[in-house]
Design a protein around this ligand. Structure first.
Ligand SMILES: [Zn+2]
Length: 304
């Protein structure tokens, strides 16, 4: 199918602002099939329940590195707590930064040891998969408060249902809730008349947008959805500048900020402590897929 080139070389679907990263897997169909409650889920948890609640859960992926400190400084100044999805190999390099995240009241979460796309290779070798999750778990668990909840996000949002079975057989790792998806920050979208309507930070930096322009996309998507789990990264030169553009505006508009362990909707996925896991029908909403945006054709500069 030929794509129609629009005036700015930008594809847009104003009616369908779902958040789905361009490189993530197509969500499986068949919503409504019986799914195990509690433990790792067979597919990503797309529904946070935070939309339309004027509540935002900021999530920062792929750290820590040296730039994570700047993000922490910004959050501290604004008195906002967030969730950090940790990559194991980064944590090995920056253990001090990892400890600082926990010390400053943020929630540590698991984003795999090597940020690999957890595909068929990991399904064929359970140990390979378990090691990806356990490496991060062993680093973050000692820094977390007793009883603090465990969350996992799959790199690129990529997941296979068989992974849930493998990980749920592990005595410790079965306590994770996940994979956690996001509501906001999955990709760049623009309106027909050239307004930035949604943004994804890694794409913003790749096409050399300023933090100010990128923030417009984040803010408009958050306002349109009136809350949600927000995907950002804490590892780039511009990461803290983006936080400084987005967060004060949201505070001004009366948004509440929560960590993922304060998201009520996720409680249904927690491993029951005193009874075997229930099996129930979970109607996870599959987000609408946006047409891929041709980011190589997007304009740069201080966009509207
Ligand atoms: Zn990531």
């Amino acid at each position: 199918m030929r794509k129609i080139a629009l005036a700015l070389g930008v594809l847009l679907t104003l009616s369908a602002f779902g958040a789905l990263a361009a490189d993530s897997a197509k969500p499986p169909t068949g919503a409504g099939k019986p799914e195990q409650l509690a433990f790792f889920q067979q597919r990503s948890i797309f529904t946070s329940g935070l939309r339309a609640t004027h509540t935002v859960a900021l999530t920062f992926d792929d750290g820590p590195n040296l730039h994570t400190g700047e993000v922490l400084d910004a959050l501290k100044q604004m008195n906002v707590r967030a969730t950090f999805f940790i990559v194991g190999r980064q944590a090995h390099r920056y253990p001090e930064m990892l400890a600082r995240i926990a010390r400053e009241g943020h929630l540590l979460a698991n984003h795999s040891a090597n940020h690999a796309r957890l595909g068929t290779r990991y399904g064929a070798d359970p140990d390979l998969l378990i090691n990806e999750i356990r490496d991060v778990h062993d680093q973050i668990a000692p820094l977390m408060a007793p009883g603090e909840k465990l969350y996992f996000r799959a790199p690129y949002g990529y997941w296979k249902s068989a992974h849930a079975r493998t990980l749920n057989a592990d005595r410790e790792l079965k306590h994770y809730v996940g994979p956690i998806y996001w509501d906001v920050g999955g990709e760049i979208a623009m309106s027909r008349d050239g307004y930035v309507m949604a943004a994804a930070d890694w794409e913003c930096w790749r096409i050399k947008w300023s933090a100010k322009t990128c923030a417009k996309g984040y803010l408009r998507e958050i306002r349109r959805k009136n809350g949600g789990v927000v995907l950002m990264h804490a590892i780039q030169v511009n990461s803290a500048a983006l936080v400084r553009e987005v967060v004060p505006a949201l505070i001004e508009e009366g948004y509440h900020f929560v960590r993922l362990d304060q998201v009520p909707q996720y409680r249904q996925y927690e491993t029951p402590k005193d009874r075997p896991s229930a099996v129930a029908d979970v109607q996870g909403k599959v987000p609408l897929r946006l047409s891929a945006v041709r980011t190589d054709k997007l304009p740069v500069g201080d966009l509207k």
